[in-house]
Design a protein around this ligand. Structure first.
Ligand SMILES: *Cc1c(COP(=O)(O)O)cnc(C)c1O
Length: 465
C-alpha cells in the first residue's frame, strides 16, 4: 500500500478554510463552533482515507466546503419531525397516534407563547384549578359532575385505583385482564396502585353472579376494562356496565370503567364497533377513564370524568401532581371538546374522525389525483390504484378493516426496498408499506396538502433514472 504524501500535505488547514468567502457566509448563518467542528471532521475523514491508501480522494477546498454544508444541514434537521403517513393506520402509535387540526394546534400555540390563566380564577382574582378549563365543558357536553386531566390514560387508571382502592380489593373479570402494549397490563397496574386484584369468571364467560359472589367488606371497587385491542368471540358472556352499576349501587361500591379510546360519537354506521363515552356516562358509571389521543382525536392525555366525590379523591392524591397535564394539553383538549358541541363539525374537522368516516370512493379520488400528480413528469416507475384495507390502530376496533385505496408503485430501475428507504430518508420522510415487492401509499391517512411534498420527492428520486 502506498500513501500519497503529496495529497496528504495538500489537505487544507481549518484556519485557511475559515478565510474563504463561502465559509464566512456559513459562519454568518451557523454557530462558528459548529462550522469549525464540521471542517475538522471533514479534513480528518479525508486524511484517514488517504492513509488507508485510497486513491480517489477529492481534497479540493470546494468539495470540502460542500461537505461542511451537508453536515451543517443534517445537523439542523429536527430529531422529532413530521412524517407523511402512507401506512393507512390512522392511530399509528409509532407515528404519534392522533393528528390534530389547525384550530386545535393554534389554541395550543396561543397558550404556549403567552401567559394564560392556567391556575388563576379570573372571576375571583385568586388561585384556580387547571382542571376547571375542561371539566366545565365536559359537564355541559356529557352531563358529568367533575373531571380531571392527566398525562395519559395509563396514568388516569393508576391514579384512580390508587386514590379510590389502595390497600383494598378490586374485582375484575378474567376476560378483561388486558395488556395494551408496553407496560400497561391490568394486573401490574393493580399492583402498582396498591390494590388487591380479585379475578372472577373465566376468559370467555363472566356472569353478574361472579361479581356479586366476590364482594366482601374489603371490596373498594368494581373495575370494567374495555377489551380495546382484542375481542373474545364465540361462546362468551360479559356483564355490561349498566348491570354492574346496579350491583354497585346495592352494595355501595363504585364502578370504574377504563374505556380506552374515548370515542365521543356513534360510528356504528361506519363499522366502528366501539362503546362511546356518552353511553357509559348514561349508564351512570362512577368514574370513566379514557385517552385523549385515540378515537377522541385530541392531544395525548388521560381523562377521568364522573362523580365529584371520586374525582375529588383523585385530585387530592399525591400522584395527581406527578401525572398532571400541562397547559398545552389542556388548551388542545378544550378546543377538541368545543368541536364536539357540533357533532357534524367534529366528524369532518377532527382528523381522526374524518379519516375513519371518509368513504372508499373519496379515498379513490384522492389516489387518482396523487397518481396524476406524480406520474406527470417522471419515468422509472409504474403506478396503479388498488383497493387495500386500512386499520384504525392504536388499540381500537381490532376487528375492523376499512375499505380503502392505495397508490401502488413499482420502480423499474431500483429495488422496492431501496425506494422505501429513500422515501424514508427524505427531508419530510414518507412512510409506506411494502407488500409482495411493491410499494403502497394508502391515501386514507395522507392529506391533500401533502401531495406537493410527495410529488417533489418522487421528482428528486427519479430524476436520474
Ligand atoms: C390505550 C388504553 C390505555 C392506555 O392509554 P394511554 O393513553 O395510551 O396511556 C388503557 N386502557 C385501555 C383499555 C386502553 O385502550
Amino acid at each position: 500500500m502506498s500513501i500519497d504524501n503529496k495529497k496528504l500535505r495538500s489537505l487544507p488547514k481549518v484556519d485557511e478554510l475559515l478565510k474563504r468567502e463561502d465559509v464566512e457566509e456559513l459562519i454568518e448563518t451557523h454557530p462558528r463552533d459548529l462550522v469549525v467542528d464540521a471542517g475538522r471532521d471533514v479534513i480528518h475523514a479525508l486524511r484517514q482515507r488517504i492513509l488507508e491508501g485510497q486513491t480517489d480522494v477529492d481534497c479540493s477546498e470546494e468539495s470540502i466546503v460542500e461537505e461542511i454544508r451537508t453536515i451543517l444541514k443534517a445537523g439542523e434537521r429536527r430529531n422529532l419531525r413530521r412524517v407523511i403517513n402512507g401506512t393507512g393506520v390512522i392511530l399509528h402509535t409509532n407515528l404519534g397516534r392522533a393528528r390534530i387540526n389547525e384550530t386545535i394546534s393554534k389554541a395550543i400555540g396561543q397558550v404556549a407563547m403567552q401567559y394564560c390563566n392556567l391556575e388563576y380564577d379570573l372571576e375571583k382574582g385568586e388561585r384556580g384549578s387547571r382542571h376547571d378549563h375542561v371539566s366545565g365543558l365536559a359537564s355541559k357536553l356529557l352531563g358529568t359532575e367533575d373531571a380531571i386531566i392527566v398525562n395519559n390514560n395509563a396514568a388516569a387508571v393508576t391514579l384512580c385505583l390508587s386514590a379510590i382502592a389502595r390497600g383494598k380489593e378490586v374485582i375484575v373479570s378474567r376476560g378483561e385482564l388486558v395488556e395494551i402494549g408496553g407496560a400497561f397490563r391490568v394486573p401490574e397496574i393493580m399492583e402498582q396502585s396498591g390494590c388487591k386484584l380479585v379475578e372472577i369468571g373465566t376468559t370467555n364467560k363472566t356472569k353478574l353472579s361472579d361479581y356479586e359472589n366476590a364482594i366482601t367488606d374489603q371490596t373498594a371497587a368494581i373495575l370494567k376494562v374495555h377489551t380495546s385491542n382484542y375481542r373474545v368471540i364465540g361462546f362468551t358472556e360479559a356483564v355490561d356496565e349498566a348491570d354492574l352499576v346496579q350491583l354497585g349501587k346495592r352494595y355501595d361500591i363504585p364502578v370504574l370503567y377504563d374505556l380506552g379510546s374515548g370515542l365521543m360519537m356513534d360510528l356504528n354506521s361506519y363499522g366502528v364497533d366501539e362503546p362511546t363515552v356518552q353511553s357509559a356516562i348514561k349508564n351512570d358509571v362512577d368514574v370513566l377513564l379514557f385517552s385523549g389521543d385515540k378515537l377522541l382525536g385530541g392531544p395525548q392525555a388521560g381523562i377521568a370524568v364522573g362523580k365529584k366525590s371520586y374525582i375529588k379523591k383523585m385530585k387530592k392524591h399525591p400522584l395527581a401532581r406527578m401525572v398532571r397535564s400541562d397547559k398545552l394539553t389542556l388548551a388542545g383538549l378544550e378546543e377538541v371538546f368545543r368541536l364536539y358541541f357540533d357533532p357534524e363539525r367534529a366528524r369532518t374537522e377532527i382528523p381522526v374522525l374524518d379519516m375513519i368516516t371518509m368513504s372508499q370512493e373519496e379515498v379513490k379520488e384522492k389516489a387518482l389525483r396523487l397518481q396524476e400528480l406524480i406520474t406527470f413528469h417522471s419515468i422509472g416507475f409504474s403506478t396503479k390504484i388498488v383497493p387495500v384495507k386500512s386499520q384504525i390502530g392504536g388499540g381500537s376496533a381490532p376487528m375492523l378493516d376499512l375499505d380503502s385505496y392505495a397508490l401502488c408503485i413499482e420502480p423499474s430501475e431500483m429495488k422496492v426496498a431501496e425506494l422505501e428507504e429513500r422515501l424514508r430518508h427524505c427531508e419530510i420522510p414518507v412512510i409506506g408499506r411494502i407488500m409482495k415487492e411493491k410499494y403502497y401509499l394508502d391515501l386514507r391517512t395522507i392529506d391533500e396538502s401533502e401531495f406537493e411534498i410527495i410529488k417533489n420527492v418522487f421528482l428528486a428520486i427519479f430524476k436520474d433514472e
